[in-house]
Design a protein around this ligand. Structure first.
Ligand code: BF8
Length: 677
C-alpha cells in the first residue's frame, strides 16, 4: 500500500465543515463530501463553509493597482444619495476602479482562452510541416472550410484551369496566418468577418475591431495601470476589443484547429458523474483545458500495448474520465465520460480509485496535491506554465514532438500504481447516460433542411413557435452556491418553456449528470412544442457543444440561424439569450462581454463584481444594449433568471412579428392532443 498521510475525521461539532446535502444537489457529490470528512480530508466545500468572501472585493471596488492602496470603496449602507464622493488616494472613483477590475478579468479570460488557442496553433504548425508523427490532420473538410476565412486559396490555376490546391500547402499557409493572429503588426482579426454583416459593421463603426489578440490583452494591462484610463466607458470599450479577440479570435481558432487535427465532433453516446470510474480498472482522470496532450492519452490508453499491460497488472482495463473542459474535449470527440464538474475534482481522488490525475492548465485546485497525499493517487502536471510546489506532484512536460511517448509514460505510471490502492476505495454508483458531441455541423445535419437553407428546420420551428427561442447556458460551478443547483433549475425551467438550450463547459457536465442530455428527457422535462421537435428529430433538448472555447460554436450556430433567414439579419434580432448561472472564472467575464458585444442579452448568477459602482453597473446593465444590442444582467435566483431570459425571447419574437405564430401552433397542438385523447 502506498504511503499516505494519516488523518483524523473532520469533526463537524468542533470545526466548521460543509453540510453535504446543502453543498450539492448531486447524490454522488454528497456521498464523497461525507466520505472526505470521515477520512479527515478537507475539500473546497469545507473551505467555503469556513471562509466568507471579501465584502468589498465582491462589489468590485477594491483597487490594488498601486502601493498606496489597496483603496477600498464599498457602497455605504443605505446606498448613495446625491454625489458619489468615494475616491481612492489618486482620486479614482468607484466606477473607474470597478471598470479597471472588470477589464483585468476580461484580459485574464481572453489570455487563458487565447493562449490555449496559441498552443493549438503551434501544434498545428508542427503538423503542417510534418514535424510530428503523433498528430495528423483528421478533418480535411474542416481545413478547407476555414481556409477562406484566412484568405487561403483552396484552388489554383494550372494551364488555365482551376484545380484543387495541394492540401499540405493549404495547411502550411493556414498555420502561418492563424499564428499571425496573435501578433500581427497591422490590420484586424480575420474571423470577425464571419459574424453577420450588420454586426461586423457595427463593431467597425464603434472602433472595437480587435487588432491582434496579444495586443488587446497588453492594452488592458497598460490602460488599467495606475493613472492611465479614468473613463469607465473608454475602459469598457477596450474590454469589448479584448473579449471579441477571445470569442471571435483565440477561442474560435482553438476550436477550429482542434477540429482539423482531432476531428470535428459528431453526436455520440457516453455517461457522466463519478460513477464512471471502475473499481476493477485502472482509472485515469484527465483535468484541465488543452486537449493536445489528452488526445494522446486517449490514444495511448486505448492501445493494445497499454491495455495488455494493465491486464498483466491485474486490472480489467483502463478507464479514462474527464473533469472540466479537457474532459469536454475528449468527451466530444471520443466519448470519454466526464467524471464530474469543476467542483468534483478533489472528490474524484477521494474515491480512492484514482490511479493518476493528469492536469494541464486552468481550473485546477492547488489543494489537489493535499488530497492526493491522503491517497495513492499520482498527480501529474504536464504544462510548463502550471506546476505545483508540493513534493508529491510529478511533472511530465508535454512536447508535441514526443507526445505519444509522454502519454505512454503517464499511462504506464497509472497502471503501475493500480496495485497501490488502499482499503479506502469507495466509488459512488451514480452516473447518467448522455448524448454529446454537437456542433455547428451536426446541428445542421439534425435540424437542417435537405433542400432549403441549412438551418431551415430549426428556423422554421422557431418561427412557428414550437421552439420559443434559444438559450446558451454555459460556465462554471461556484462553491458559494449549492453545486449544480442553479445550472439544473435554470435549464429545466427553460426547456419546460420550449426554449432549446445550447450548453458548454461545466453546465454541459452538470446537465449530463442530471440526464438532460438524452432525447428521452424531452418527454419528461420539455414543453409540448420543444418535446415534439426533439422527439421527431431524435435529439436532446439540451445540446452539448463542448468546452468553454467552444462557445465560439454557439456564436457560429447563431450566425447560421441568421443566415438561414426569417429571424432578422443580426444576432441581436434572434429570440435568444445567454447565461452563466454558477460562474466563477475570469474567463466567464470575457465570454460574457463577447456575447454582450455580439448582441446577446447575457445573465450571470452568484454575483457580479460591479455592484459597488452603480453608475458603471447601469452602463453594463442598460446602456450597452443601445450600443451593441446586448447587455449584462445579474440574477442569483435561477428561476428569476429563466423568467428574464424568456421575457427577452418573447420581446424579440414580438419584434420579429412571430409571437402570434406560437400561440397558433400551441393551440393546434392542444386541439390535436385533445382529439388523440
Ligand atoms: O473552461 S466552465 S469551471 S472548466 S472555467 Fe473551469 Fe468554468 Fe468549468 Fe471549462 Ni470554463
Amino acid at each position: 500500500m502506498a504511503e499516505t498521510t494519516e488523518k483524523k475525521p473532520l469533526n463537524p461539532k468542533a470545526e466548521k465543515v460543509a453540510d453535504p446535502v446543502g453543498a450539492s444537489i448531486d447524490v454522488a457529490t454528497q456521498q464523497m463530501i461525507r466520505r472526505a470528512q470521515e477520512l479527515g480530508v478537507e475539500t473546497i466545500f469545507d473551505r467555503a463553509a469556513k471562509m466568507k468572501p471579501c465584502n468589498i472585493g465582491i462589489q468590485g471596488t477594491c483597487c490594488k493597482n498601486c502601493a498606496m492602496g489597496p483603496c477600498r470603496l464599498p457602497l455605504p449602507k443605505g446606498g448613495i444619495e446625491g454625489e458619489d464622493e468615494r475616491k481612492g488616494l489618486c482620486g479614482a472613483t468607484a466606477n473607474t476602479i470597478a471598470a479597471r477590475n472588470f477589464a483585468r478579468q476580461v484580459a485574464a479570460g481572453c489570455a487563458a482562452h487565447s493562449d490555449h488557442g496559441r498552443t493549438v496553433a503551434e501544434v498545428f504548425m508542427s503538423v503542417a510541416h510534418k514535424e510530428t508523427e503523433d498528430y495528423k490532420i483528421k478533418d480535411y473538410n474542416k481545413l478547407l472550410a476555414i481556409a477562406p476565412h484566412f484568405d487561403v486559396d483552396t484552388k489554383v490555376e494550372v494551364d488555365g484551369e482551376e484545380v484543387d490546391r495541394d492540401l499540405d500547402e493549404i495547411a502550411k499557409e493556414v498555420a502561418v496566418k492563424a499564428l499571425a493572429e496573435w501578433g500581427k503588426p497591422e490590420g484586424e482579426l480575420r474571423y470577425l468577418k464571419r459574424a453577420p454583416k450588420p454586426l461586423y459593421e457595427r463593431w467597425k463603426k464603434l472602433g472595437v475591431l480587435p487588432r491582434n489578440i496579444d495586443r488587446e490583452v497588453v492594452d488592458i494591462m497598460h490602460r488599467t495601470h495606475m493613472g492611465v484610463d479614468q473613463d469607465y466607458k473608454n475602459i469598457l470599450k477596450q474590454c469589448t476589443r479584448a473579449a471579441l479577440a477571445d470569442g471571435w479570435g483565440g477561442s474560435m481558432i482553438a476550436t477550429d484547429l482542434q477540429d482539423v487535427m482531432f476531428g470535428t465532433p459528431f453526436p455520440l453516446q457516453s455517461e457522466a458523474n463519478l460513477g464512471v470510474m471502475k473499481q476493477d480498472h485502472v482509472n485515469i482522470i484527465i483535468h484541465g483545458h488543452e486537449p493536445v496532450l489528452s488526445e494522446m492519452i486517449v490514444a495511448a490508453a486505448q492501445s493494445k500495448e497499454m491495455v495488455e499491460y494493465a491486464q498483466q497488472k491485474g486490472a480489467k482495463g483502463i478507464q479514462l474520465g474527464g473533469i472540466c473542459c479537457t474532459g469536454n474535449e475528449i468527451l466530444q470527440r471520443h466519448g470519454v465520460p466526464p467524471a464530474g464538474t469543476f467542483l468534483q475534482q478533489e472528490l474524484a481522488i477521494v474515491t480512492g480509485a484514482c490511479d493518476a490525475m493528469v492536469v494541464d492548465v486552468q481550473c485546477v485546485f492547488q489543494n489537489l496535491a493535499n488530497v492526493a497525499k491522503c491517497f495513492h493517487t499520482k498527480l501529474i502536471t504536464t504544462h510548463p506554465m502550471a506546476r505545483m510546489e508540493q513534493d508529491n506532484v510529478l511533472h511530465i512536460e508535454f512536447d508535441e514532438h514526443h507526445a505519444m511517448e509522454d502519454a505512454k509514460r503517464i499511462v504506464t505510471m497509472a497502471i503501475d500504481n493500480f496495485k497501490n490502492r488502499g482499503a479506502e476505495v469507495m466509488i459512488p454508483s451514480q452516473k447518467a447516460a448522455q448524448i454529446a458531441g454537437f456542433g455547428v455541423e451536426s446541428i445542421e445535419y439534425h435540424l437542417g433542411g435537405t433542400f432549403r437553407g441549412s438551418y431551415y428546420t430549426l428556423n422554421d420551428n422557431i418561427i412557428n413557435g414550437r421552439i420559443r427561442g434559444v438559450a446558451g447556458v454555459v460556465g462554471c460551478n461556484n462553491a458559494r452556491g449549492r453545486h449544480n443547483e442553479a445550472h439544473i433549475d435554470l435549464v429545466k425551467e427553460l426547456i419546460k418553456n420550449d426554449v432549446i438550450v445550447l450548453t458548454t463547459g461545466c453546465n454541459g457536465i452538470a446537465c449530463a449528470m442530471e440526464g438532460l442530455l438524452t432525447p428521452e428527457s424531452a418527454k419528461v422535462f420539455c414543453g409540448p412544442g420543444l418535446a415534439e421537435v426533439c422527439e421527431t428529430v431524435g435529439i436532446p433538448p439540451v445540446l452539448h457543444l463542448g468546452s468553454c472555447v467552444d462557445n465560439s460554436r454557439i456564436l457560429l450556430a447563431a450566425t447560421e440561424v441568421v443566415k438561414a433567414g426569417g429571424l432578422g439579419n443580426d444576432l441581436q434580432d434572434l429570440p435568444a439569450a445567454g447565461a452563466a448561472p454558477e460562474w466563477m472564472s475570469e474567463k466567464a467575464i470575457s465570454i460574457g462581454q463577447y456575447f454582450v458585444a455580439s448582441g446577446v442579452y447575457t445573465l450571470f448568477g452568484v454575483n457580479l463584481p460591479v455592484t459597488g459602482a452603480p453608475v458603471f453597473q447601469k452602463y453594463l446593465f442598460e446602456e450597452l444594449e443601445k450600443i451593441y444590442g446586448g447587455k449584462w444582467d445579474l440574477a442569483p435566483d435561477p428561476i428569476v433568471m429563466a423568467r428574464k431570459m424568456i421575457a427577452h425571447i418573447d420581446k424579440k419574437r414580438k419584434e420579429l412579428g412571430i409571437d402570434k405564430a406560437r400561440e397558433r401552433v400551441l393551440m393546434d397542438m392542444a386541439s390535436r392532443q385533445a382529439l388523440e385523447a
